[in-house]
Design a binder for this molecule. Structure first.
Ligand SMILES: NC(=O)c1ccc[n+]([C@@H]2O[C@H](COP(=O)([O-])OP(=O)(O)OC[C@H]3O[C@@H](n4cnc5c(N)ncnc54)[C@H](OP(=O)(O)O)[C@@H]3O)[C@@H](O)[C@H]2O)c1
Length: 325
């Protein structure tokens, strides 16, 4: 039985608490900077222990794995501390602000013999796994173009973490990571990246269009907090194309031939909300004493972060934590 503790009683921790019900995992503790918030979570989900500090949760010897559900600007310091307590980690995306931080976390995790994984839940969805198989089998021929959009009008509160540079704000790390992940799943690392960016008044990116260039294909990836577009992806090949609605939390796909005639649709409904698959993987890896998952290996987290580093370098955009170096 793998027992989880959660740090950060915010929005995404709810999704985790609901999903774990459908797995063999068990919630053992919830920690908040505000003890009253932790108590509310404890009551809502029947969690054995509530804590008013993250360190108090780390001190619970029964907790095997900490789910890090805090803003990504804090992940690096928090994971380095959690590893001092010898706990395994499932950490929300973006894993860290940059590849250099992630590398240090992975090195320390290996030294400590701890499992660590980025909670990029999209990679574990049955629909995405099925898509990988049928594309490998040539259902649409060779991929020539991929488009993925994660854009919505966030009606931004200027004090929210989404636009706070100290907390890792900005569209690229928060939602741009999904189209980037989708392109990497199906086309791997590009030869060249071009980008256009729009800035928010707090000096974080609010909207971007990325063009990933491959030898025989191109990916157009859009992410934005200030425009509405369907959260959709399309993969075009030499023999047809595939439409993946809501690709980041994908439950269905539709295959078309090159005359735009629908050939086949398939559907894989989540058991709960889709987080159950990454939780299942975490449990299995810990039970088998694996330090990383083959579905979300450390190398993939580093690859994606390096791409985001290079995009931000081209924009001359550093986070405050990076400037202090
Ligand atoms: N996988 C997904 O689909 C998905 C969706 C949304 C978000 N996320 C990721 O999950 C992480 C958390 O996002 P969220 O939407 O849950 O954020 P959120 O609602 O703002 O909650 C984050 C929590 O972090 C804790 N925290 C600790 N220090 C903080 C500080 N200085 N400022 C603000 N909060 C602080 C707070 O919990 P306490 O006050 O209880 O300590 C807060 O409630 C982010 O990395 C985000 O990218 C993933």
């Amino acid at each position: 039985m793998v027992k989880f503790g959660i740090i950060g009683a915010g929005n995404i921790a709810h999704t985790f608490c609901r999903a774990i019900e459908a797995t063999r995992g068990q919630l053992e503790g919830i920690a908040s900077r505000d003890y009253q918030k932790a108590l509310l979570y404890q009551k809502q989900y029947g969690i054995p222990h509530a804590y008013g500090s993250y360190q108090a949760l780390y001190n619970n010897p029964n907790i095997d794995c900490v789910y890090v559900a805090t803003p990504h600007g804090l992940h690096y310091e928090q994971m380095m501390e959690i590893l001092d307590y010898g706990k395994h980690i499932l950490c929300e995306k973006a894993f860290t602000l940059n590849a250099s931080q992630a590398k240090k976390v992975f090195e320390k995790a290996r030294d400590k013999g701890c499992f660590v994984m980025e909670a990029m839940w999209t990679r574990f969805l049955p629909n995405i796994k099925h898509l990988q198989n049928i594309i490998k089998d040539g259902v649409i021929g060779e991929i020539t173009r991929l488009e993925a959009d994660f854009c919505f009008n966030a009606k931004i509160d200027p004090t929210h973490r989404l636009v706070n540079p100290s907390l890792g704000g900005g569209a690229l790390l928060d939602i741009g990571i999904y189209p980037i992940t989708f392109a990497n799943i199906f086309l791997k690392t590009p030869d060249k990246i071009e980008s256009q960016v729009e800035w928010y008044k707090s000096q974080v990116d609010i909207s971007e269009t990325l063009t990933y260039h491959y030898p025989n294909a191109k990916a157009i990836l859009r992410s934005s907090f200030n425009s509405e577009l369907p959260i959709d992806a399309r993969i075009y090949g030499t023999k047809g194309f595939i439409h993946v609605p809501n690709f980041w939390s994908s439950e269905e796909s539709h295959i078309y031939d090159s005359n735009h005639a629908l050939i086949e649709s398939f559907s894989f409904k989540h058991k709960v909300n889709g987080f159950e698959y990454e939780i299942d993987e975490t449990i299995q890896m810990i039970e088998q004493n694996n330090l990383e998952s083959p579905i979300m290996p450390h190398s993939e987290t580093l690859t994606i972060l390096k791409q985001m580093d290079s995009i931000r370098n081209a924009w001359h955009f550093e986070y405050p934590q990076e400037k202090r170096k």
